[in-house]
Design a protein. Structure first.
Length: 169
């Protein structure tokens, strides 16, 4: 995912590299930095035209990283809901955007926290529900967190863990 320029831990690092590449006249590499970090082409064009002072801000860099991770992971269904929630957090809270962008934080790691919670907190589904669903199994368990718990786990992952997350693990 970050093959040529490596994973950058902040939008500031991206902007510093973009500025240096622009000063060197290496527009191809500048465009490649943007592409590698999920920065939209129109931002690159605006930056090259001096319409914006920097290539990206914290939110753009965070959402760009999430988009690149999504392209690699190809999340589906409920996982896409989680991804959209994370993007929304980045738009609402610059601190979350900073944390999403940091090295060592990843969508894969965040979803892994949710998956681990799901397995550790499985509950048995009532036999009447199993029958109504026309599932032929003696026992069915279900552990996916509700959105309130999922939001708590997501925030905890990106902000370094919460007391409740540690208690549930």
């Amino acid at each position: 995912m970050f093959e040529k320029f490596g994973e950058m831990s902040s939008y500031t690092e991206i902007n510093e590299l973009a500025k240096n590449l622009l000063e060197e006249g290496d527009l191809d590499s500048l465009k490649e930095v943007a592409k590698e970090n999920g920065i939209p082409d129109d931002y690159v064009e605006m930056y090259l035209e001096d319409a914006i002072p920097t290539l990206c801000d914290a939110t753009t860099a965070a959402i760009g990283k999430i988009d690149m991770e999504c392209a690699e992971l190809e999340p589906k269904e409920l996982m896409l809901d989680w991804v959209e929630y994370i993007k929304g957090l980045c738009m609402e809270n610059e601190m979350i955007a900073h944390q999403v962008r940091k090295k060592g934080k990843s969508l894969q790691g965040c979803i892994a926290v949710l998956l681990a919670y799901s397995f550790k907190n499985q509950i048995e589904v009532d036999k009447a529900i199993i029958k109504a669903a026309k599932i032929n199994a003696g026992r069915v368990t279900f552990g996916i967190p509700g959105m309130t718990k999922a939001k708590e786990l997501i925030r905890g992952y990106y902000l370094g863990g919460s007391r409740n997350e540690k208690e549930s693990n």
